[in-house]
Design a protein around this ligand. Structure first.
Ligand code: HDE
Length: 715
């Protein structure tokens, strides 16, 4: 039998064989294989296993001889790999890609007359919040600028429990009954045989389903608009979508639609820009939110309520339980009742953003559901999906999901139980008194469902009041500016051009004919349909009399200033320091940012010899990352930039994306290289002194020079 060496092994002492090495600023210790060892001491804690056992060497597994096999006994290695192997949990079946942040809701004044919800009782009171924005169709690793609806899910940790308002950035949805959700999601996500395309609606399955689901036509207008390519989470609206109820202390119910209105106005990118942003910075939206919060530019939205009663609902030409319909703001004005501020990034993405579990059924006294069949289905789905995703029934024990108010119940055990109720009693009724018996129900404080009168035969049926599929689609379309209408037609043409089956393209056009003749014509020409189809038979004839609703346009609801926006300045050595500083000052005054793009990230030497570090090297800082650009190279610098294809793209794209362009005379050859020198329009402004910088920023408030679009050629 081999004898165990009880004192010390025969291997050379690996710790003694260590040396010091210098890597630029870092002095490091290396082992015999050249591997770097960093050790604990001072403020640096000792690395341990999950069991708290101190680790001596985290660079090498335990081997039998320096070149021998790894020993099964290596508990540190086994624990580390075991844990790593299980780092992933199932991604959300929809809304997999998301980004969250903490903040608060501040209530403006008492709403006691319409709701007893605790968070709406006192002026100035704040309620902690967690918000997760997301895209719907793409997988977790997909790019931020996919053309897609954005999720806008808000968890409010009220004093009477968590209220989740799990909304989107579009106020309507594709389908009317939750039973169609699996079909819809199957159709929109990657096709099952090939596993692509990812995060896109531009494929046969999606448009096939849509062309056979006319109720989706209103939503189609929204998703083909620029709403689905927002510039930032901070510049988009949010909507609760369904009609909910508010209930006051007397038990009176008022119907409500919830809105989030961004303080800095609406803004979207244009499609060609979106495509390029996805390549240049697939994390564009999450980086933008992260940076805004880190720099103290806290994004804000106001909570708006559209309140109406049974009487209004009865005379409204559409069913308020139909989630494919809006109530125009012009019909029921929005009452702004508070503000949501996001002021803290997560400490850990997985622990918070990934593990947050929103549930539409998380509702508090004073708020209640309606019979919207989409909402009713969601109330089952969200709780159910968390069980699979978070691995057990105790996901409410995870800090981001736990209420911040006191809670007491008899639910216990299950996977990962962290906060089982204390004491002997875990049931009721019980005869233990004086607190020893645990919590009891409260008819005064408890949640009472609104006693809506319900009766009827049990039927599997869609109400006829849901059958108007085109009127509001038309209303949305006619409410857009000309540029926005053009974008909808372009998006439809683009997407349908990716559809391989001609019959599907034609079928979609047959629905467009019920929305707007001009739109249908435009798309049919874009697709080069040989023959215009007959309009699809409509379940209910579209109502042509609906008025334009200016609130539905992004451009008409842009920002009051250039605040929160960013100018990219393309500069070289010799940049005019006076102009650069004047531009910086004008931007700071506006609450906007300047980012320097230069031939080298190390920076440039300005005309007065001062040094300006750059944020981006020119090929890593394309103009699509900015809201407006300034071209400020020196004459010599311009010569160098002319040889750089990405500098040409910087200018050509900024121009094509209708951006305001400030420039110095020395930059003129760049316009020529970009092929746009004969198109210098009022959106291109010479920056010659401080006044022109102020004028430039004032123009930038319009965000885009829209008239340029018509001047450019469309194929
Ligand atoms: Fe969701 N939805 N949904 N949805 N939804 C989910 O829940 C579902 C719908 C929305 O950031 C899932 O935790 C059904 C409308 C957001 O974590 C799942 C139906 C609206 C998020 C689910 C809908 C939404 C989700 C997947 C049809 C806007 C992300 C993972 C009746 C009002 C929340 C999860 C987050 C997520 C089901 C339709 C918004 C499967 C069955 C309409 C913002 O439960």
């Amino acid at each position: 039998m081999a004898k165990e060496n009880a004192t010390h092994g025969t291997e050379p002492d690996a710790t003694r064989a260590r040396k010091t090495a210098q890597f630029a600023d870092q002095s490091v210790i290396t082992g015999p294989g050249g591997e770097v060892h960093q050790t604990a001491g001072g403020d640096t804690p000792v690395l341990t296993t999950q069991q708290g056992i101190p680790v001596a060497d985290d660079q090498n597994s335990l081997k039998i001889g320096a070149r021998g096999p790894t020993a099964l006994e290596d508990f540190h290695f086994r624990e580390k790999i075991f844990h790593f192997d299980h780092e992933r949990i199932p991604e959300r079946v929809v809304h997999a890609r998301g980004f969250g942040a903490h903040g608060y809701f501040e209530n403006y004044g008492s709403l006691a007359d319409i709701t007893k919800a605790d968070l709406f009782q006192r002026a100035g009171e704040t309620t902690p919040a967690f918000v997760r924005f997301s895209t719907v169709a793409g997988n977790k690793g997909s790019a931020d600028l996919a053309r897609d609806v954005r999720g806008f899910a808000v968890k409010l940790y009220t004093k009477e429990g968590n209220w989740d308002l799990v909304g989107n950035n579009i106020p309507v949805f594709f389908i009317q009954d939750a039973i169609k959700f699996p079909d819809f999601v199957h159709a929109v996500k990657q096709e099952p045989d090939r596993g692509f395309p990812q995060a896109q609606t531009a494929h046969d399955n999606f448009w096939d389903f849509i062309s056979l689901t006319p109720e989706s036509m209103h939503m189609i207008m929204w998703i083909m608009s620029d709403r689905t390519i927002p510039r930032s989470f901070c510049f988009m609206e949010g909507f609760g979508v369904h009609t909910f109820r508010l209930v006051n202390a007397e038990g009176k119910s008022t119907f409500v639609k919830f809105h989030w209105k961004p303080k800095l106005g609406l803004q979207s990118v244009v499609w060609n820009e979106a495509v390029k942003i996805n390549g240049a910075d697939p994390d564009f939206h999450r980086r933008d939110l992260w940076n805004a919060i880190q720099t103290g530019d806290y994004p804000e939205w106001e909570l708006g309520l559209q309140l109406f009663d049974e009487e209004f609902a009865a005379q409204f030409p559409f069913d308020v339980l139909d989630a494919t319909k809006i109530i125009p703001e012009e019909d029921v004005p929005i009452r702004r009742v508070g503000r949501l501020v996001l002021d803290r990034c997560v400490d850990n993405f997985f622990a918070e953003t990934e593990q947050v579990a929103f549930c539409t059924q998380n509702i508090v006294p004073g708020i209640d559901f309606t019979n919207d069949p989409l909402l009713q289905g969601r109330n089952f789905s969200y709780l159910d999906t968390q069980l699979k995703r978070l691995g057990g029934p105790n996901f409410t024990h995870i800090p981001v999901n736990a209420p911040k108010c006191p809670f007491h119940h008899f639910q216990q055990d299950g996977h990962m139980a962290m906060v089982n109720p204390k004491g002997r009693v875990n049931y009721e009724p019980n005869s233990w008194n004086n607190g020893a018996g645990g919590p009891r129900e409260s008819p005064e404080k408890g949640f009472h469902s609104y006693p809506a009168a319900e009766e009827g035969s049990k039927l599997r049926i869609r109400s006829e009041s849901f059958a108007d599929h085109y009127s509001q689609a038309r209303q949305f379309y006619i409410s857009q500016t000309e540029n926005e209408q053009q974008h909808i037609a372009d998006a439809l043409t683009f997407e349908l051009s990716k559809v391989e089956t001609p019959a599907i393209r034609t079928r979609v056009v047959s629905h467009l004919l019920n929305i707007d003749q001009h739109l249908a014509q435009h798309v049919a020409e874009g697709l080069r349909l040989k023959e215009m189809p007959r309009p699809a038979d409509a379940a209910k004839p579209p109502q042509a009399h609906l008025q334009k609703s200016p609130a539905l346009s992004i451009v008409r609801n842009g920002p009051p200033s250039f605040k929160g926006r960013k100018v990219g300045a393309l500069v070289t050595d010799g940049v005019d320091i006076g102009i650069l500083q004047a531009l910086k000052a004008a931007l700071e005054k506006e609450g906007a940012l300047l980012e320097i793009v230069a031939p080298h990230v190390g920076g440039v030497e300005a005309s007065d010899g001062s040094w300006f570090p750059a944020a981006q090297k020119v090929n890593g800082g394309p103009s699509v990352l900015y809201d407006a650009v300034a071209l400020l190279p020196s004459a010599d610098g311009t010569k160098g930039l002319l040889k750089e294809p990405t500098a040409r793209d910087f200018v050509a794209d900024a121009y094509a994306h209708l951006k305001f362009i400030g420039y110095s005379e020395a930059a003129l050859p760049l316009f020529e290289k970009a092929g746009v020198s004969d198109g210098l329009d009022d959106g291109c402004i010479v920056l010659a002194g401080p006044d022109s910088c102020v004028e430039f920023i004032a123009k930038c408030r319009q965000l885009r020079f829209w008239t340029r679009e018509a001047a450019m050629q469309h194929v």
